[in-house]
Ligand binder design. Structure first.
Ligand code: PLP
Length: 403
């Protein structure tokens, strides 16, 4: 058929590859997917065949990223029959979209969710403001008190979910996933873990029988600080998969092909990045713990850390995340932020560059001092996401900034 100028098109661009297969994953930036055979499209609509229809529902590049993260979380874990466990990941527009969907898809009016007090600020805001509005009550307690948690769960049949963030943001507390999951499962609770600070290389909550894992993939999994995204992972046979898929489809909290592609590139180096993050963080933590201007270093790798034994039990290494307290409080924190050079003064974490932030004047500036101090966020607390630079340069940066 002869086409006029305005109608000239390439019918199927994939034919340009001929027999060659692109080495890198393709960015399939197509909103919609066309079919030559209407019967085949109908089968996809009916759910009889798997296929792509519309990128808010699913997309080939996003699906590759999902498969990769699900495989990393499942890597090396077998079920009771000795067979490798199978996980399914759903990619979202952000970590918060994954976390909010976890709660919305699993809890209904009248239910309660049990979590620790010192959660990532966005999660705690979602629980206290949004979920509470939907009639779901959050109960926040110290989840290191295992007997207290067990007693509470046994005494209240409305508690339907246990939510654990470990290590926690920004206080670097570590919670015992195995012990908490055992208690929760004795009472048929759903167990979900935010694995953002560890990444699947350092910690695999499915080893302990949890139901869901969430990630802000914005952080270590992408690793380069160039996109915002999240993953919600569940078991392949979970009845929730359909509900999670539907929530994402109808809330429109899907990711996009470019962010999925950035994740696919970033995650290729996850293992070696994490090794370097951990090695650097240990040296920086050791240096900071001997500094006269610092009263305390929170790094799970230090034998002096209150949760070191728990971290050793469930983590391969101790992550690049640490926080420390300046003896001279608020003013010392401000001065450090002014003087530091190589470390980037910013929020977020888990990137190849070292990121430093002072919660009292940045992320928690709007939170009353008495409230934040309850959760260990003091005036002098500084959070550090140690990058993969030469560690001697990082230490020299602190040396000059703390002088
Ligand atoms: C532990 C943790 N979970 C979830 C989130 C939310 O992720 P996002 O910013 O990708 O929505 C963050 C963000 O900092 C986080 O630190």
């Amino acid at each position: 058929m002869d086409l006029q100028f305005g109608s000239v098109c390439v019918r199927n661009p994939d034919t340009v590859f001929k027999n060659a297969i692109p080495h890198m994953e393709s960015i399939v930036a197509s909103t919609t997917f066309s079919y030559d055979d209407p019967e085949a499209l109908m089968e996809v609509f009916l759910g009889e065949q798997k296929g792509f229809v519309y990128s808010r529902w699913s997309n080939p590049t996003i699906e590759l990223a999902e498969q990769k993260v699900a495989a990393l979380e499942a890597c090396g874990i077998n079920d009771e029959q000795g067979k490798p466990i199978k996980l399914v990941a759903h990619m979202f527009s952000s970590g918060m979209a994954a976390i909010s969907t976890l709660f919305l898809a699993n809890l209904k009016t009248g239910d309660k969710v049990l979590a620790q007090e010192n959660l990532y600020g966005g999660t705690s805001e979602f629980l206290n403001k949004f979920l509470a509005q939907h009639g779901v009550e959050p109960i926040l307690m110290d989840l290191k008190d295992l007997n207290g948690a067990a007693a509470l769960i046994q005494s209240d049949s409305k508690i339907k979910m246990l939510y654990i963030e470990t290590p926690s943001n920004p206080t670097i507390d570590v919670y015992d996933i195995e012990a908490l999951t055992r208690i929760a499962k004795q009472n048929d609770l759903i167990v979900a873990v935010d694995n953002t600070f560890a990444s699947p290389y350092l910690q695999q909550p499915y080893r302990f029988g949890v139901d869901f894992v969430v990630h802000s993939t914005t952080k270590y999994i992408n690793g380069h600080g160039n996109s915002i995204s999240g993953m919600l992972i569940s078991r392949e046979d979970s009845v929730m998969n359909k509900s999670i898929f539907d929530h994402r489809k109808l809330l429109g909290s899907n990711s996009n092909a470019f962010d999925a592609w950035l994740l696919l590139q970033g995650v290729k180096t996850l293992e070696i990045r994490m090794q370097r993050h951990c090695a650097n963080a240990m040296k920086v933590a050791e240096y900071l713990s001997t500094h006269p201007k610092i009263s305390k270093v929170n790094y799970a790798g230090l034998p002096s850390h209150r949760d070191h034994e728990t971290a050793k039990k469930q983590m391969r290494d101790f992550s690049g995340m640490l926080s420390f307290e300046l003896k001279d409080g608020l003013e010392a924190g401000k001065e450090l932020m002014r003087k530091i050079q190589l470390c980037k003064l910013a929020v977020s974490l888990g990137t190849v560059d070292t990121i430093i932030q002072h919660p009292a004047t940045m992320s928690h500036v709007g939170v009353a001092k008495a409230v934040r101090e309850q959760y260990g966020i003091t005036d002098g607390l500084v959070r550090l996401s140690v990058g993969i630079e030469d560690v001697n340069d990082l230490i020299a940066d602190f040396e000059q900034a703390l002088e």
